[in-house]
Each structure stands twice: as C-alpha cells, then as structure tokens.
Write a protein that binds this ligand. Structure first.
Ligand SMILES: Cc1cc2nc3c(=O)[nH]c(=O)nc-3n(C[C@H](O)[C@H](O)[C@H](O)COP(=O)(O)OP(=O)(O)OC[C@H]3O[C@@H](n4cnc5c(N)ncnc54)[C@H](O)[C@@H]3O)c2cc1C
Length: 287
C-alpha cells in the first residue's frame, strides 16, 4: 500500500488502496531477488517497453525471492530495472506470466508465506508504472516498514520477558522460586532495561516522524538496536524457562526464531551498521 500511496497515480490509488485497506485485496512487495538481497541495485529483473512512446506497454521478466504473501496477493508491486533506472510496477497477480511458489520448509516466520515469483514476459500497460525512478522508490517504502519493526521487535521482546517473569515466580528449584535468585533477577533487570530503552527510542523516533523530521539513518539506529536487543531478550527469556522453553507452550523461542527473519529483512544488521558507519565517518563502505 505504501508504494502505491507514495508513488501511484490517482487512478492506481483509487483502484487499489480502498480494497487493500478493507483487506479484500492482499498486496505484496517484490524487491529482493535470488542474487540481489542486500544489494537491490544489482537486480536483474528487467522491464522493457514494447513499442515507442509514452503509451507503450511494459514487459517484465525476472525472478523475485522471499516475497511475502505473493501467492495469495491480488496485486504485486514489482521493482524492475529499466533503461532509465529502477522502476516500480503495479502488477495484478492474475496477469499471464506471473507465478508465485512458496518457499518451504522454514524455521522462522512459519505463520506467514514467502514466495519465489517468476515473471515470464509479464505484460502491463504504461499506466502500471509508478511515478518514481531509482532506488529511492523502494527505499522510501522500506523506511515505513523499518519504522514499524522498531516497535514490533520490542513488542516481541516484551512478550518474551513477561513469559519469563511469570514463570520465574512460579518455578521452584532448590526450594525457592527462580525469581528469588540474584542471577535470575540480573537477567530480568537487563531485559527490562533494554525493553524500556527500546520503547523510548521507538517513541522518540515516532515523535520525529510526526514532526516530519525523521531521517533514514535514525531509522537505522532503531532497526539495528531494537532487533538486536529483542533477539537477545527472547533468548535470555528462553533460558529462564529451562527445558519448557523449547516447547510451543511458551513464546520466547518462537519470538527468537521469528526475530531472526526480522533481523534479516528490511536491511540486515550489517546493512544498517554500514549506513551508520557512513553517517559517522563520511565513508561509504558499500556502493
Ligand atoms: C521472512 C522474510 C520475509 C521477506 N519479505 C520480503 C518481501 O516481502 N519483499 C522483498 O522484496 N524481500 C523480502 N525479504 C528479503 C529480505 O529483504 C532479504 O532477505 C534481505 O534483504 C537480505 O538479503 P539476502 O537474504 O539475499 O542476504 P544477502 O544480501 O546475501 O546477505 C547475506 C549476509 O551477508 C551480509 N552482507 C551483505 N552485504 C554485506 C556487506 N557489504 N558487508 C558485510 N556483510 C554483508 C548480510 O548482512 C547477511 O548477513 C524477506 C526475507 C525474509 C527472511
């Protein structure tokens, strides 16, 4: 939705946004490729114009990978290289040449679907193109998702912490609740400190977003920090649950496994570290 909302024509917005907002049409966002993940500028999916002039159709060919909900989506935003640079296209998934195949089995994000999309000469009209050229198109959408993750990762961390806290009060070993041991308290306190810091960071970034002054490296601070801390918190919470922590009766290990995906998508730890390294030093360690 954010790609169409930010870069779509009035016609595209009217056609897609109301039904997507109502949950009647699911969308998907196709940027990553089998050989272009952290480096989407290396994408090989290509859109050529069939004919000349502004009304010529676009014909898209290539492969996308890890695309959430692509096999149940009614519409896909597909990012493809063109002679002018990267462009986005609003592609109804019923268009001939579009095939989405779920990637299975997975050990993380098992409740959602990620797909490989084959685009075999997918023909769309000139009006399917979004009104943006270059990687700033997809990146502007990633910034929205990354901001959401800053909050969501801390939500998972808080749930893991609450499970561990409750368990530690009930579980007796050596005749006392685990919560009564200083080692357990140190774990819980460290977790609570990072959760509170993570939420305060998210709150401050939200305030900057509301004020319209949030910039992309600040989002990297939040995404990098909160995902990294949330995984540590979920793992530490699991340790308090002992053997019971590896069952599905408790949430921490499920959160930790899912957070492995969250740590990877929307820019890996390393990518956000490089963005911040560039901000600090003025030197880009990547292209
Ligand atoms: C559950 C899930 C859902 C996803 N949903 C979508 C989606 O809906 N749409 C979409 O377009 N994509 C989606 N993705 C793809 C996701 O954005 C990519 O997985 C991510 O960008 C990383 O790309 P990659 O997996 O190809 O890893 P790679 O880019 O191959 O990276 C592998 C490792 O190398 C590191 N690395 C890469 N470059 C450097 C460097 N310069 N220096 C140091 N280390 C480096 C990375 O940080 C990582 O640790 C999803 C992924 C997952 C797991």
């Amino acid at each position: 939705m954010s790609a169409i909302h930010k870069h779509g024509s009035e016609e595209q917005k009217t056609e897609w946004l109301p039904q997507m907002a109502a949950g009647e049409a699911i969308g998907c966002f196709g940027l990553t490729e089998p050989t272009a993940g952290s480096d989407p500028g290396a994408m090989t999916t290509y859109a050529r114009r069939d004919g000349s002039g502004a009304t010529a159709d676009w014909v898209i060919t290539g492969t996308k990978r890890w695309i959430g909900l692509a096999n149940v989506a009614k519409v896909a935003v597909i990012w493809a290289m063109t002679d002018d640079g990267v462009r986005g296209f609003v592609v109804p998934t019923a268009t001939p040449g579009y095939t989405a195949t779920p990637i299975e089995p997975k050990l993380s994000m098992r409740a959602s679907i990620q797909c490989e999309i084959e685009l075999d000469e997918v023909r769309v009209p000139a009006s399917a193109a979004l009104d943006v050229i270059g990687l700033k198109g997809p990146f502007s959408c990633l910034n929205e998702a990354r901001y959401g993750i800053i909050w969501g990762s801390m939500g998972a961390a808080r749930d893991a912490f609450e499970d561990a806290l409750a368990y530690s009060k009930e579980r007796l070993q050596f005749g006392r609740p685990l919560a009564g041991y200083q080692l357990t308290q140190a774990k819980l306190v460290d977790m609570a400190l990072e959760i509170n810091k993570g939420f305060l960071l998210a709150l401050q970034l939200g305030r900057l977003k509301d004020a319209g002054t949030l910039v992309h490296h600040q989002i990297s601070v939040g995404k990098l920090n909160n995902c990294r801390e949330a995984i540590e918190i979920a793992r530490e919470a699991r340790s308090i649950l002992g053997g019971n922590g590896i069952t599905l009766d408790y949430s921490p290990l499920r959160h930790a496994n899912n957070l492995e995906s969250v740590r990877t998508y929307e820019g890996t730890d390393e990518v956000h570290t490089l963005i911040l390294g560039q901000k600090l030093t003025g030197e880009a360690a990547f292209r």
